[in-house]
Design a protein. Structure first.
Length: 92
């Protein structure tokens, strides 16, 4: 099972919302995954166990794992395409 980390400033509202959405979409597509919402301060520590990072904030750094923009999961605009991208990564 792969692990997806979703991070926002506090690790509470936005990242939890996106994590729940991603978890639901993965379940619908029968993709076994563990999705964790974390605050940005603990991101680097949690990335050690992650296979994918979904960012809610602008990405200015290469974390060494696939990184996806999480805003489409929040707004719904482009969510299907972003989920396709995530699925491709998770099924490798």
């Amino acid at each position: 099972m792969k692990t997806v980390i979703v991070a926002c400033g506090s690790g509470v509202a936005t990242s939890q919302t996106v994590a729940s959405k991603v978890e639901q979409l993965c379940k619908e597509r029968k993709i076994p995954v563990k999705v964790m919402a974390v605050d940005i301060k603990s991101l680097e520590q949690n990335l050690r166990i992650a296979d994918v990072y979904i960012s809610i904030t602008p990405i200015n750094k290469d974390y060494g794992i696939p990184t996806i923009n999480g805003i489409p999961f929040l707004t719904g605009v482009g969510a299907e395409e972003t989920m396709d991208e995530l699925e491709e990564i998770l099924r490798k």
